[in-house]
Design a protein around this ligand. Sequence first.
Ligand code: PLP
Length: 811
Amino acid sequence: MKKKELKSLLEGKLQRHYGVTASEATKNQVYHACAMVVRDILMEKWSATQEEMEAKKAKQVCYLSMEFLLGKSLKNNIYNLSMTDVFQQVLQEMGMDLKALEDIEEDAALGNGGLGRLAACYMDALSAQHLPATGYSILYEYGIFKQRIVEGQQTELPDSWLDSGSCWLVAKPDETVEIRFDGEIEESWDGDHLRIQHRNYTRVNAEPYDMLISGYGSETVNTLRLWQAKSPYSMDMHLFSEGEYLKAIEQQASAEVISKILYPEDKHPEGKSLRIKQQYFFVSASIQSIIKKHMETYGRLDNLPDRVVIQINDTHPAMVIPEMMRIMMDDHGLTWDAAWEITTHSVAYTNHTVMSEALERWPEALIKRILPRIHQIIVEINRRFCDSLWKYFPNNWDKISSMAIVAYDEVRMANLSIAGSFSVNGVSALHSQILKDKVFHDFYVVSPDKFTNVTNGIAYRRWLGQANEPLTSLIRDCIGDGFLRNAEELCTFAPFAKDASVRQKFLEVKKRNKERLAAYIQEHNGIDVDTNSIFDVQAKRLHEYKRQLLNIMQIIKMYFEYKDNPSLQRPSRTFIFGAKAAPGYYMAKQIIRLIHAVADMVNHDPVVQNHMKVVFLEDYKVSIAEILMPAADVSEQISVAGREASGTGNMKFMMNGALTIGTLDGANVEICEAVGEANMFLFGLKADEVEQLLKQGYQPMSYYQSNPWIARILGAIMQGIGRPGGRSVPFVDIANSLLISANGSQADPYLVLADFEEYCRAQREVDRVYSNQDAWNEKAILNVAHSGVFAADRSIQEYNEKIWNLTDLGR
Ligand SMILES: *Cc1c(COP(=O)(O)O)cnc(C)c1O
């Protein structure tokens, strides 16, 4: 598109929607005008994509996920349309700056962390590779909370993102569907057909809002369909006329509360009835809309698995299995066997965690009350499933009850997901192996062919192309720009690691990115950081298994070492954290408080403040990650081995030329294979050693007694940490969690003390390598060059080959 054409489109939007000329328009108005122009362009491609899908009778993937952590859209869409330059020029002529407009947009943060971001990265890659896809989720009015730090502690504020985000949504009120909760089920025989009547139910409407998903240089524009809960009774006039004014409003509010807020627990489900309602609401609306569309096109359901594959992102959408059964049997008259055949050939399940506290289990009574028909179907699925297990494990009731879907008054969503799907995948090689060997071993014995691996990947054109323009243009100067279409071409950048002039340029690029981050830190934290120091970053959800505590303990040790020996010679460091804690997760919040106390101590100590700084970035989110990743020298991936299913933060850092300090966990294993052990800093127990140590009886107290550093650090934590001469805060509960087993639980279950010494050794190795700038930059360049395998494009290709078999719209 030419400058002139874009200019008149923007002026037209400003005129018609706001009644202003370009010179009168506010920044906010210009942002919305840009969004509308982009939306119009996408809408045309979107219609063409829909038509092509119908004409080709295409097979598409329906990606069901409770979370999509999208971030900002304007920049991404303009980039994907290759219109960045023309927008910049036109806006400049209008006296505006594209960058400033991008900042107006709030992140669409309909997710907690990695799982939600993965869903967003996959939608992007699907469009880029012209594969037909629809994402389904909830239009939360409030996304993940905004984090504010007040006196060193996390507080939460609501995130009403729709103010600036709603311009990306296309309302489709005509495609509203009805969802039913509560009530009773009545069965009656109509000849030999069992008729199901649902009585006294509560109705909630699900209204769809579609977001258009573009892909880089692609004509395919896919859909992300977000459901909003609406009361079908705009106001109960009957109640109202009887003077029950409040009751009339309450009824409306109780329906609409379903899509009000995203649950902020990451990998720690709470058994709340509203959460069940959210899950069923979104699953029922999505599958109703899928089946309706399919019936309109084909008039039959037996070929559904040839046209649609339903990928469930973790077990949150697992109720799609009984819901599909319900619709096909009760509404379309299929037999159980026919419905089961179709369901189990349509649904595929991605597992995201092996930690038992994160595996979803619902009280059976709750499901029975809120979803009486779904409960009946789950009970019947369970009965038939347990029967079928008998042939594999005759008389072995222990085994069968451990695999059951309903047992001990609970419904186990992972078991339901495995029983009702044709594919189960883990998200890294190690994780998928652990699923087969341990967590789901018995299921694997029964159906080994169901299990597969697809290692996670990231939308690298966002995380490298857009977030790190200086590095992108350096790479382009060396190898051309083919790598922006095909990430594997990044490997041709590897030989340039030996080129001194490229290493020098890489150093300059890193410096620029560190300066950008330093300015952000100065503005938001008021801390002056040294861009010549090592930027050592740990940014991810705060969780004990991710071991931010290990990091901060090493920082305390380093502080003591400078205090003991002020002339200690080491490269200086800036430790940077970004992390939200679930609001009800006490220990996670304590750890955030400890990080702040340590920052207060270190940053105000005249002896050490020139050697090290500690920075906590408030409100970690996608748009902050986009500033953070390009500026990192060191990527902290230090989870206890065997617990991080994959990680994707690790991939973003690597691609931006950070060196990983990490355990052999999740995708770190594959990062190591790709870049080589010599180009990262490995430490710590391996996954099998962790299991073994826990089995034989891990005694963290013995590390406390034998390692004087651990004793000194934990002593300080217990006594109190704070700035010299100021108030200090004791963290007794943190120390106790590492040392004392409370009512039978394992002390230090994530082996912080067991890995502490090795971690410190690896950190000294970081210092040693960094002291040789040439060697460091060579390794950093090799990390970039070998990161191509972690592109979401590759993951999507694997999903397509192993599980989906979609129609390619590009052919
Ligand atoms: C990538 C990303 C994550 C996931 O990070 P991990 O280190 O893999 O846990 C979480 N939050 C945001 C905002 C991200 O961009």
